[in-house]
Design a binder for this molecule. Structure first.
Ligand code: 5CA
Length: 449
């Protein structure tokens, strides 16, 4: 992508309304624009990150056996009257009437709708297990939307729903999502710790919040320090096998949100030098709630013995649009964002230091074509502007590698690579640059890992 033909409105000043660093940087680096309280446009640069995050979520859901679909944003109130949640959900639900004065709502979550899909088609235990998911916009009329897309009113969520014959099988389905979540956040460069959590309006008695530690996080959390560097289950994990040992290994160490905090247990099981009491960002949550929806909504299947039973369900959410500020909170410096390669809007930025100089133009154009041919997602800063401003923009927008081409180096046939993270610089022969970047970037994509 040529910068001169792109749409990347970078702001010099830090917008006053933004209280936390990720919100400031998302505005300044041209990722989002506020449209109303808690409502944002995703500008091209931010949208690219959003889609990369969504793709990782989808790949790991698919790997774990979930099947993607898409449900509408507007739902009929009648479905929610069946489950009893229409009145229970309160003011957070945006209620709408259509021209026939039928009650509708903008979905804050989809338990009812997916239960309706399920009951329309599935009759027998033979069709189980089943896990259906979608990535769709949700609306929650939050009392206090804040911190940009961290807590917005309209936000993008991946929500998956599992259906099983009984509790044991439903817990096995829960475990598959648990392991998928460990992999999903790790692939985005995040350390997200599963913590015992309250179930709130979704319901049930087994739930984990996946928490990224950050001073600006909205949740208070307590956990064992060893949770921070546990190895992540590999891509070839057999999701058809028994994942109990992996989940038990993770849940054997103490980790809970403040709502579930048990001081006595914490102090008895976590040595003093391993106690972490901190704040965190909830980037996802998993729930097992049995027959809470299937019973009132009559989503039943026949068992092998012919008896009809309500299916056991769970639901599993990832805050796709919240993950991005969480990544920025975890990965930035004074100059700007530092994207992990796997979610970076571009993997490299090619900076031409002298647009209009024949030799520089020729070298930069050639490198641009070669990077493209090598499959590297590159932003080519071909704007006729001073070097200082270009460097500052490159640092602000956080592209992982900067390839710098200018007349001085070119006289000796050389270009420079700057690593955004860590700031190292390498001078190398122009012909070696593309292979070097490929070697740096490919192992960090985490797509085969
Ligand atoms: N139906 C269940 C699971 S699919 C559910 O709705 N769970 S949830 O309420 O925990 O939401 C799932 C995830 O969406 C949260 O973990 C959080 O990361 C994200 N989320 C929730 N509310 C907001 C919000 N107002 N702004 C941005 N992200 C949000």
């Amino acid at each position: 992508m040529r910068f001169s033909r792109y749409f990347l409105p970078v702001l010099k000043e830090t917008p006053k309304e933004a209280e936390i660093i990720s919100h400031q940087l998302m505005l300044r680096a041209g990722l989002i624009k506020q449209q109303a309280a808690g409502s944002y446009s995703w500008l091209p640069f931010g949208y690219k990150v959003l889609m990369k995050v969504q793709r990782i979520v989808e790949e790991e859901q698919n790997r774990a056996g979930a099947v993607e679909m898409l449900m509408p944003t507007l739902q009929s109130a009648d479905l929610w009257r069946e489950s009893g949640r229409y009145d229970a959900y309160g003011k957070e639900m945006l209620r709408i009437q259509d021209r026939h004065e039928r009650d509708m709502l903008f979905g804050p979550t989809n338990e009812e709708m997916i239960t309706d899909v399920f009951r329309s088609y599935v009759r027998s235990y033979k069709d189980l297990p089943l896990n259906l998911y979608h990535v769709q916009w949700k609306f929650r009329d939050e009392v206090r939307p804040r911190f940009g897309t961290m807590r917005s009113r309209e936000f993008l969520m991946k929500d998956a729903y599992s259906f099983d014959l009984d509790k044991d099988r439903a817990v096995a389905a829960y475990n598959r999502m648990f392991v998928a979540y460990l992999r999903t956040y790790w692939r985005m460069g995040l350390t997200a710790i599963p913590m015992r959590a309250e179930t709130g309006p979704i319901g049930g008695d087994l739930s984990h919040e996946f928490i990224v530690l950050a001073e600006t996080g909205e949740s208070g959390v307590f956990c064992h320090a060893d949770m921070l560097d546990k190895p992540i289950p590999p891509a070839d994990t057999d999701f058809r096998g028994d994942l109990t040992p992996i989940v038990q290994d993770w849940t054997s160490l103490y980790a809970a949100t403040e709502d579930m905090f048990d001081k006595a247990e914490y102090e008895a099981t976590v040595p003093e030098n391993k106690r972490i009491s901190a704040r965190g960002i909830e980037v996802g949550q998993t729930f097992y709630f049995g027959t809470k929806y299937s019973e009132p909504m009559k989503a039943t299947v026949t068992r092998p013995d012919g008896q009809e039973v309500a299916v056991h369900m769970g639901s599993y959410g990832v805050g796709v649009s919240r993950v991005i500020p969480a990544i920025i909170e975890a990965s930035h410096d004074d100059a700007g964002i530092i994207w992990p390669v796997s979610v970076a809007p571009f993997e490299a930025i090619l900076i031409s230091l002298k647009v209009g100089d024949a030799a520089t133009d020729a070298a930069a154009e050639k490198l641009y074509a070669e990077l493209d041919a090598a499959g590297i997602d590159v932003l080519y800063d071909d704007r006729d502007q001073g070097a200082g401003g270009k460097f500052a923009t490159a640092d602000l927008i956080g592209v992982p590698y900067q390839l710098i081409v200018g007349p001085r180096g070119l006289k000796d046939g050389q270009v420079e690579i700057k690593h955004r993270k860590g700031g190292e610089r390498e001078t190398l022969a122009i012909d070696a640059a593309v292979a070097r970047l490929k070697g740096l970037i490919e192992p960090q994509r985490r797509d085969q890992a």
